[in-house]
Design a protein around this ligand. Structure first.
Ligand SMILES: [Zn+2]
Length: 207
């Protein structure tokens, strides 16, 4: 083959490879997030009519991990069994794992059984990023479940021990009979998990 012909073939091949590489988006690296199932072990959390908060929190955290696959998120859990992990250790774990945010899952309790709905908590000293994460989670979980929107609230929380964006979702009231029923329903649990993932993703997208 003439040298110029060989050069043409090489150039053509190179341009073909380049065009394929450019047209195909690079697979995005997975973002590490930590999801915490509140309570565990000796600490049952709220317990109403045989429904223990720690069990519900764990079921939801596992569901979030499972449903996040293929969505660009790598979900690391603070616990995968019925064990108690010290609170500050939970956020330390998130920092060591290189997580970009921390979400804790809880279920709520009120003396008054008429109090029902979803709320998301941040620490009283929360950063604007934590507040934005909480607002994103709150919006998405309310949207996914259709539950009453009780808004983002502030309280002194162990979340103050990390600089990561951190929020605590109270997915519903175990003391509210209708909500307690729903919280035990696998289909409703899926809606909550999807809401949490959506909340995380929309927070990350707006960064
Ligand atoms: Zn709790």
């Amino acid at each position: 083959m003439e040298r110029w012909a060989l050069l043409l073939v090489l150039l053509f091949t190179a341009s073909l490879v380049l065009s394929v590489l450019i047209s195909r988006p690079w697979p995005e690296a997975e973002v590490v997030v930590v999801v915490d199932a509140g309570h565990g072990g000796h600490d049952s959390g709220a317990s109403v009519a045989g429904v223990r908060e720690k069990d519900l929190n764990l079921a939801l955290a596992l569901l979030v991990q499972e449903k996040a696959r293929g969505k660009g998120l790598r979900v690391i859990l603070t616990r995968t069994t019925d064990t108690y992990v010290e609170l500050v250790e939970r956020v330390r774990l998130a920092e060591r794992a290189g997580a970009v945010l921390y979400v804790s899952i809880h279920a709520n309790y009120h003396r008054d059984p008429r109090v029902c709905g979803v709320e998301t908590w941040v620490d009283t000293n929360a950063s604007p990023e934590s507040v934005r994460l909480a607002e994103s989670l709150q919006r998405a979980v309310v949207w996914a479940t259709g539950a009453k929107d009780r808004g983002v609230r502030r309280q002194t929380l162990y979340l103050r021990h990390t600089t990561l964006p951190a929020a605590l979702v109270e997915v519903g009231y175990l003391s509210c009979p209708a909500e307690r029923e729903k919280l035990q329903d696998p289909a409703y649990q899926e809606k909550i998990a999807e809401g949490i993932i959506l909340g995380i993703l929309s927070f990350l997208r707006e960064r």
